[in-house]
Each structure stands twice: as C-alpha cells, then as structure tokens.
Design a protein around this ligand. Structure first.
Ligand SMILES: [Zn+2]
Length: 209
C-alpha cells in the first residue's frame, strides 16, 4: 500500500503503520551532541511495544529510535548509540551498562508522562512538531508554494506553515487535531509543573505493586 505522500500531525492517532523495517533510523548524525545526556539533548530507543510513545516523544522533538528488531540488538544499540532504553520488558532492565526506564503504564500518553517525569524532560516550544513521526529526522520548513500539488488544495488555502521530512519527503502541517494535541501537551506541562506543589505535605509515595 502506497498511501499519501503527506501526513497531518493527527495521524499519530492512527497507530502503527508500515512496519517493514526493524527500526526507524534517524538522528544518527548527532555528532558532537552529548547523547543520552540530560534534558533536551536526551536520545531514546524504544522497544516494539512502544510505537505510540515513540511518536509522542518525536512530537516533543526528542530523537527516539523505535526498534522492532530483537531484544539483544535493542540493548546493543542503546549502549552503542548512548540512547536511553525505554522498555516494557522487565528482564531487559536487569542487564547492566546502559541507562533505561521500565515503562509501567499502558496508555501511550501516560507513558509519555512517565518518561518526562523520570528524566525531567523539558518541553520546549521550538522543539514541538520539529521531527518526522515516521523517520525520526528533523523536519525542514517549507513554504506553501513549495508543496503545491503535494497537499490537497483546501489545505494549501488554509495553511501557511508546512514542513518536510528530508528522508521520506512527507509534508506536515498543523491539521485539525493539531490543537487537540497542543492541548494534551499543555496538560502534561501543567501536571508536571504542579508535581512539586501537589506532593507538599503528602510526602513521597513509596513503591507500590
Ligand atoms: Zn520522514
């Protein structure tokens, strides 16, 4: 199936598509960036059960490799590329030599909050919607004239801002669900910022389960 060459941001809701490759490469040219570090510069690798979480992290601008290959390679890549491993596979966390987080939530959006909390990830306005959801590569801004013929006419009339993935050539624009996604991101921000205040007086909650 070929599908459309363009993609709206809300397509994230469609779940996993394709699945031909074992992993979406990308962002591999980080060069001097201190990968796996902290904050905005953090890079991730997610196991095959975390496709939607991977997309959410990409929406926030985080370099996230979604790995559909086997577990051994998953760990090897985390080490080799200095990526933080995000996984639901308990026994993987027993291996040493890499930074990782065991994801406990089932809902992708809650998983995202787990990751943000665990690493105190900043949500930077300029990083939002800056990365291809499919390929994980940083998008390039393009003008409306440049995407003529590639996106539906009505979209062209309604939008000024487009961006294109340098690899898959998909064109992205803020579609109708874009605002809803922005709303969800704002919700995360508020919740995370409220963490400190809410826990006051309650004391730290112990481990459960
Ligand atoms: Zn792409």
């Amino acid at each position: 199936m070929r599908g459309h060459p363009h993609l709206r941001w809300e397509d994230i809701d469609e779940g996993q598509k394709g699945g031909r490759g074992r992993g979406d490469r990308g962002g591999g040219e980080a060069g001097g960036l201190s990968a796996g570090g902290t904050g905005q510069g953090m890079r991730f690798i997610a196991d095959r059960s975390l496709g939607k979480l991977s997309r959410w992290l990409r929406i926030l601008g985080y370099d996230t490799l979604y790995w559909r290959g086997d577990e051994k390679e998953l760990v090897e890549l985390a080490v080799k590329e200095d990526r933080v491993l995000l996984t639901r596979i308990v026994h993987l966390m027993e291996e040493k030599g890499f930074k990782g987080l065991l994801i406990r939530e089932d809902n992708p959006f809650r998983q995202l909050k787990e990751v943000i909390r665990a690493f105190r990830l900043p949500i930077k306005e300029e990083a939002l919607f800056s990365r291809c959801l499919e390929c994980n590569l940083p998008l390039e801004k393009v003008r409306a004239e440049e995407v003529e013929g590639e996106v539906p006419e009505f979209v062209l009339l309604q939008h000024r801002e487009f961006s294109r993935c340098p690899r898959c050539q998909k064109v992205f624009w803020p579609g109708t669900h874009y605002e809803r996604m922005r709303g969800l991101i704002e919700e995360v921000k508020r919740e995370i910022e409220g963490d400190g205040r809410e826990t006051e007086g309650k004391g730290p909650s112990g481990p459960t389960g």
